[in-house]
Design a protein around this ligand. Structure first.
Ligand code: CMC
Length: 374
């Protein structure tokens, strides 16, 4: 009998259909429900994009107004969540704290125990909206606690992106900063069957609940080969220090067989479709904060990586330094990604429930042949 073909890392394997987004490396495009992500980033609020991912169409003005009102009413953190976060050392990685908080929200949702409480589509949409509204509050709380700062309460007069920044910094920055942040959220919202989304779908396929699926997705996102790369890019920038040291640093890193974070992609081999949009926002931020030095370092490492390996940046490469310029702690970059991606994760969880088949692949056994205890 010939051995079955192994698809390590599921590379190149099409495991299901999806209506949510399409990633096309040939045309270098990413569409959310048919709309190019660049157009959405240029013209839509993050609330509109979230709605689009869940419902398949952009909201009407009335739907948007109702949704924004609903979201603003769900931002406040439950005292029990606050206590759960306070039990975690402030020095713990923010992704660990976030993962715990989302899991805890599941434990506090009594509707999960209702008949059909796990799968009911209306309840699940409410849970997605609740997670969407809660994650900025939780991430900002974690960030301020790390810095030993007083907690700031949400403001109902601010939209999602403005309020997220307000909660984190206690002030709403200039429009160019808010806009760059909004763009990053739109770009991070969805990306088909990436590792964390697939994790969420695997968990949903067992008919487990939304909170469990999102908790698992956060765990998958934390790794540096996925969402953790935006944090790792900034650590690399800190190590390098300045543009003139980029080439020597890269040569050493490659000689040590290190992976250069923020470069390469499983699907895009000729560049990530989201990078030009995020890079433009990074340039605006560098100008706003008078940090040409950071942009020079960005360009120098990109150039050197192109020369040495012909490998192009992915979205985490410009978003890492962009979040740094906005003032976020490096360790909170991946939680920002999670807050954005919870829209895509939940849309995929709904799609999985709607046409479910347990995800359960096979493996080829390579261990010892059958043997027996003496
Ligand atoms: N640095 C150095 N070499 C690389 C890199 C990199 N960032 N990416 C790919 N390569 C090399 C790799 O060593 C391999 O070389 P060889 O054939 O000589 O062994 C070749 O390119 C193919 O790489 P691979 O790891 O087999 O390709 P993959 O499709 O499995 O990996 C990846 C994709 C994203 C895991 C990888 O490019 C990587 O580790 N990148 C760094 C981490 C990163 O930036 N992750 C974010 C991904 S995109 C956004 C997101 O999800 O957050």
């Amino acid at each position: 009998m010939t051995d079955p073909e192994i698809h390590k890392g599921l590379a190149g394997v099409v495991v299901d259909t999806t209506n949510i987004s399409s990633v096309n490396p040939q045309t270098n495009s990413l569409l959310y429900r048919g709309y190019p992500v660049q157009e959405l980033a240029a013209k839509c609020s993050f609330e509109e994009v979230a709605w689009l991912l869940w419902h398949g169409e952009l909201p009407t003005p009335e739907e948007l107004a109702d949704f924004q009102k609903l979201e603003r009413g769900l931002r406040r953190m439950d005292d029990r969540t606050r206590r759960a976060l306070d039990d975690i050392p402030a020095s713990a990685h923010p992704m660990d704290a976030l993962r715990t908080a989302v899991s805890q929200l599941g434990g506090m949702d009594p509707t999960l125990e209702q008949p059909n409480g796990i799968l009911d589509p209306e309840l699940n949409l409410s849970r997605a909206v609740y997670l969407f509204a809660q994650l900025p509050t939780i991430v900002a709380y974690i960030q301020r606690r790390r810095r030993g700062l007083e907690i700031v309460e949400s403001r109902d007069d601010l939209d999602y992106a403005e309020n997220f920044l307000w909660l984190t910094f206690g002030e709403v920055p200039d429009d160019v900063v808010v806009d760059a942040f909004r763009v990053s959220l739109v770009l991070y919202a969805e990306h088909s069957f990436n590792a964390s989304t697939f994790t969420a779908r695997v968990i949903a396929s067992t008919l487990s609940d939304v909170y469990s699926a999102v908790t698992g997705a956060i765990g998958a996102l934390k790794g540096p080969l996925h969402g953790g790369a935006n944090e790792a890019v900034m650590h690399a920038f800190d190590e390098i220090g300045s543009a003139d040291r980029a080439e020597a640093w890269l040569d050493d890193a490659l000689a040590e067989k290190r992976k250069i974070m923020g470069f390469g992609h499983r699907v895009y081999k000729n560049g990530d479709s989201r990078v030009p949009t995020m890079r433009a926002s990074l340039e605006t931020l560098a100008e706003h904060y008078d940090r040409q030095d950071l942009l020079d370092l960005y360009n120098a490492l990109e150039q050197a990586m192109g020369d040495r390996k012909n490998i192009k940046p992915n979205l985490d490469y410009p978003s890492g330094p962009a979040y740094n310029l906005m003032g976020f702690d490096t360790e909170t970059f991946t939680p920002l990604f999670a807050a954005a991606r919870v829209t895509g994760w939940t849309a995929h969880i709904f799609e999985q429930y709607a046409a479910n088949s347990l995800i359960r692949p096979l493996s080829l056994y390579t261990g010892p042949a059958e043997r027996h205890l003496s």
